[in-house]
Design a protein around this ligand. Sequence first.
Ligand code: GLU
Length: 447
Amino acid sequence: MGNLVQKYIDATKAKYPHEPEFLQTVEEVLLSIEPVLEAHPEYVEAGLVERLVEPERGIQFRVPWVDDNGKVQVNTGYRFEFNSALGPYKGGLRFAPNVYPGILKFLGFEQIFKNSLTGLPIGGGKGGADFDPNGKSDAEVMRFCQAFMSELFRHIGPDTDVPAGDLGVGGREIGYMFGQYKKLANCYTGTLTGKGTDNGGLAGRTEATGYGIVFFAREMLKHCGEELAGKTCVVSGFGNVAWGTVQKLNQLGAKVIAISGPDGYILDEDGVKGEKEDYMLELRASGKNIVAPYADKFPESKFVAGKKPWEVKADLYIPCATQNEVGMEDAKHIVENGAKFYCEGANMPTTNEAVEYLQENGVVVGPAKAANAGGVACSCLEMAQNAEHLIWSEDDVYAQLESIMVNIHKLAAEACEKYGLGYDLVKGANIAGFERVAKAMMLQGIV
Ligand code: GLU
């Protein structure tokens, strides 16, 4: 069977040699699901893996818009509708200069299993554009979003494909895209999620990803007979995910001693809490992409320029910035620091070899597709809220989110146990996510 899985991996590598991020996740997932394929030869017979690694549909389009100087700009927009076995394609849109099919296909492929783990009726997809909202005026962002949606609108719908935000796409961008979608489609539906609460959005959606990560981390610790309260934590990232994570860690009594930004990291042994949490939001809103001013404002803290925070000794590490931010050197720091817990917040923040190294050295790893699934789970609640034409309370949302995250941990832990893999949540999450999609695909025939 090892040969078979390697053949799938090699064939994907041969077909898409210029998409390293996509190949990274394909390799990681396929190596994990090997025991499932061994137990289910009918999956092999049905060409399930060959179908899974190929998006059901990929759309690429021109996005022309006019900047504030009256100059025509042209970007490239994409949507990869990866898998609809469990429900409408669901996943975010990323606006960043490095967006190309390899990044969106990695995100779309991960999204299939993540969405499956939520237990909710959502398939997997991802899209975006090579557009950088940083440094653009509000009017430019609006014109870009409208131009982007002028093409995307014909491919999406509440029961077809439901985009949301991701890096570079927050409430503002979703608002503009939703406005344009509503105008073109002439109906007010839940076709985009991550909308503001004054705009059909779900209460608590902004914090949901970060809160969910901490609920998942709490379950990991509990499983190992430990408590989150009193633990020291290091968090990277400068967006919503990091912010929600820091907030919930504080609420549950943990202590965040380091946070990072694009320019370096802040070490604050007193803990990033109270007005310091709010200051994180201010720094982000400044649009300058720097964390350094934190140390000027709170002199008990220290700014370490140009470095990643993984050299700081802590009990729990949560990378919330972007893909592959933790490589071998970083993993070595984390192990040297005697860490026991590492929970991924960003999508695929760790290289495959770094994950292996952490696990081999006794660090319990919570994989992103399980730990950060709270965001998309709440997006599905937003779809439900919009479809029933009601407004949910924040308390309802948080209660649902917590039980979904507890269940995801349980599913992943049971799946690795079932296949004799011990407490390996990386493999367990891949297996549990795959099994649900595989069952649905088998029932739907070769389509
Ligand atoms: N971009 C987020 C993710 O990676 C959210 C997707 C969604 O809400 O559809 O899961």
